[in-house]
Ligand binder design. Structure first.
Ligand SMILES: CC(C)(COP(=O)(O)OP(=O)(O)OC[C@H]1O[C@@H](n2cnc3c(N)ncnc32)[C@H](O)[C@@H]1OP(=O)(O)O)[C@@H](O)C(=O)NCCC(=O)NCCS
Length: 190
C-alpha cells in the first residue's frame, strides 16, 4: 500500500509541476516535492532524466535551470529571484539551501521599516535584498546540510563536503569544506 501511495503522490506531483515548469523526459518528482513559481513555465526548466525531491521557490522574476541526469534529494530548497543554474550529472543531497538572494536587506533602517508592517506584503519581497546568480557546474556533488549563498559558482567536478557554508566560488575539481570554508583546489582531478 505504501508503494502505491508513493507512486500516486509522485504522479500527482508531476502533473502539478508540469503546469508551472517546463519538464523534459524521464523526470521523476518525489511525493513531497514542491514548485512555487510566480512566472511563466519557461522560468523553471528541467532537462531529461532528473529526479527531484526538493522544493523550488521562485516568487519574483527568477529563472531556475536543472540539467540532465541531475538529482536533488529530500528537504533541499532552491530559492530564486535572479538565476540558479544547475548543470548536468549533479548530485545535490538532503537539507541544503541554495539561494541567490539574502531574503532581507542588511540596513537596519530598512529592516526596521519591515518590522513595522504586519510582516508580509511587497515590502518583504526578496527583491529588496541583495541578489546575485548561482551556478553549479556539471558533475558537482554537494553533501548534506550545506548552504550555497548568492553569487557562488561551483566549478565542474567539485565536491562540497557535508555541512559547508559557501559564500565564495569554488574552482573546478576541488574539495570544499567547513565554515569559513577551506578549498583544496584540484583535489579530485580523477
Ligand atoms: C566530501 C567528502 C566525500 C570528502 O571525502 P574525502 O575525499 O575522503 O576527504 P578527506 O576525508 O580526505 O578529507 C580531506 C580534508 O577535508 C576535511 N573534511 C572533509 N569533510 C569535511 C566536512 N564535512 N566538514 C569539515 N571538514 C571536512 C577533512 O577533515 C580533511 O581535512 P585535512 O586535510 O585538514 O586533514 C566527505 O568528507 C563528506 O562530506 N562525506 C559526506 C557526504 C554526504 O553528505 N553524503 C550524503 C549523501 S549525498
Amino acid at each position: 500500500v505504501k508503494e502505491i501511495i508513493f507512486k500516486l503522490l509522485s504522479y500527482l506531483a508531476k502533473n502539478q509541476h508540469a503546469k508551472v515548469a517546463s519538464v523534459g523526459s524521464s523526470v521523476f518528482f518525489g511525493p513531497f516535492s514542491k514548485i512555487n513559481n510566480k512566472n511563466s513555465r519557461e522560468h523553471i526548466k528541467f532537462g531529461n532524466n532528473i529526479s527531484f525531491y526538493g522544493k523550488i521557490i521562485n516568487l519574483e522574476n527568477g529563472t531556475v535551470v536543472i540539467g540532465d541526469n541531475t538529482t536533488v534529494r529530500y528537504n533541499t530548497i532552491i530559492e530564486c529571484v535572479n538565476q540558479v543554474v544547475i548543470g548536468k550529472n549533479v548530485i545535490i543531497s538532503n537539507n541544503i539551501i541554495i539561494t541567490d538572494n539574502d531574503s532581507h536587506p542588511v540596513s537596519f533602517r530598512q529592516r526596521e521599516n519591515l518590522s513595522l508592517t504586519n510582516h508580509e506584503g511587497e515590502e518583504w519581497s526578496w527583491n529588496n535584498a541583495k541578489n546575485s546568480p548561482v551556478f553549479i557546474q556539471d558533475n558537482v556533488w554537494i553533501g548534506r546540510n550545506c548552504m550555497i549563498l548568492k553569487g557562488v559558482n561551483i566549478g565542474k567536478g567539485s565536491v562540497i563536503a557535508a555541512g559547508t557554508v559557501l559564500t565564495k566560488s569554488v574552482p573546478p575539481y576541488s574539495l570544499c569544506f567547513g565554515n569559513p570554508c577551506v578549498i583544496k583546489e584540484g583535489k579530485y582531478l580523477e
